[in-house]
Design a protein around this ligand. Structure first.
Ligand SMILES: C[S@@+](CC[C@H](N)C(=O)[O-])C[C@H]1O[C@@H](n2cnc3c(N)ncnc32)[C@H](O)[C@@H]1O
Ligand code: SF4
Ligand code: SF4
Length: 299
């Protein structure tokens, strides 16, 4: 018996995957960031100490059968020790980081580093000098330490014009791949970041498809998944059909205890314009698993 607080009761439903927002602190202020939206649990910083969070993650792992945990923030590297210890609790663990505190050594785990375009476009979103800092971090890491490192660009209407120049800029970096996600807007949002209709987004999906053909090994996107993201199909996989509903999103709420948000992207989201690649990729896996015949290689 110890005196660490026990986690919130989320029932006993199995969740094969979960996400934990370990901190709301962040050194950057990206305009598109869902974490700091009104209505999300983001007012209180680090209300759960390391020992309590590790204990609660372990209890929730066993209670819900969590096999895969994604560590994020805020910037998870501001609680680096906690995250690295937490990653070892799970069969599969990953972290998504802004890369400005260096790339951690996490053998066997996935570290995804966010960049939102080539230098000029990225720095307009993530701050002056951030692209160069991340590039340095990527080149300074120990290449043979067993950490899987990916870059990830979140495509919005505002930075979409730069996707080709982004891939050209990072094509020879020592990483295991480059991923793309599309913006997840607020419910009813009309801004310079969000496409008003999914039809408008299709043109960008076409360009990601063309990039995949140019960089088949580097780009970790699947043409089949991209096809599901197109306007004529995407609504079949979002909202009540969202495959990420099987993921438990853990945020630390006002009382310093875990609470779950509506989805990984918080409480205020427009499912009908969801651009989360993982939603459609999971849908593709589901449909391929239920279709007889040989499995396709992973994207
Ligand atoms: C919220 S951040 C937290 C981790 C870290 N600070 C970082 O920037 O990678 C995780 C990822 O979500 C992406 N993201 C933020 N807001 C988003 C939104 N509204 N729609 C889609 N992706 C978003 C970020 O670009 C980043 O790749
Ligand atoms: S670095 Fe990550 S958490 Fe921080 S503001 Fe940007 S997207 Fe949000
Ligand atoms: S916004 Fe996207 S990830 Fe969130 S519930 Fe809706 S479809 Fe799923």
């Amino acid at each position: 018996m110890n005196d660490l607080a026990e986690p919130t009761d989320f029932g006993t439903r199995p969740f094969p995957a979960a996400l934990v927002n370990v901190t709301n602190r962040c050194n950057l202020e990206c305009e598109h960031c869902f974490v700091f939206r009104e209505g999300n649990p983001n007012a209180f910083m680090d209300r759960m100490d390391d020992a309590t969070m590790l204990h609660q993650l372990e209890v929730l792992r066993d209670r819900h059968g969590i096999k895969s945990m994604l560590f994020m923030g805020g910037e998870p590297m501001v609680r680096r020790k906690l995250v690295l210890a937490g990653m070892d609790l799970f069969e599969h663990a990953s972290m998504v980081t802004n890369g400005t505190f260096g790339i951690p050594c996490a053998p066997g785990h996935l570290v995804t580093v966010s960049l939102d375009g080539p230098p000029e476009e990225n720095d307009a979103i993530r701050g002056a000098g951030v692209f160069d800092r991340v590039e340095r971090s990527i080149h300074e890491r120990h290449l043979d330490d067993g950490t899987i490192v990916m870059l990830q660009m979140t495509i919005t209407k505002a930075n979409a014009a730069s996707i080709e120049r982004f891939v050209d800029a990072v094509a020879d970096w020592p990483v295991d791949g480059v991923a793309f996600g599309f913006y997840v807007p607020r419910d009813g949002e009309h801004s310079d970041l969000a496409w008003d209709t999914n039809e408008e987004r299709d043109e960008v999906i076409d360009r990601v498809v063309a990039l995949k053909k140019r960089f088949p090994d580097l780009l970790k996107v699947s043409l089949d998944t991209l096809a599901l993201m197109r306007a004529d199909r995407c609504l079949d996989y979002v909202g009540d059909h969202c495959a990420l509903k099987s993921m438990l999103p853990l945020y630390v709420g006002d009382g310093g205890m875990f609470e779950r948000t509506f989805c990984c992207y918080g409480n205020d989201v427009d499912c009908d314009r969801c651009g989360a690649y993982a939603v459609f990729n999971a849908a593709r896996h589901r449909s391929q698993a239920s279709t007889p015949g040989p499995k396709r290689p992973e994207a």
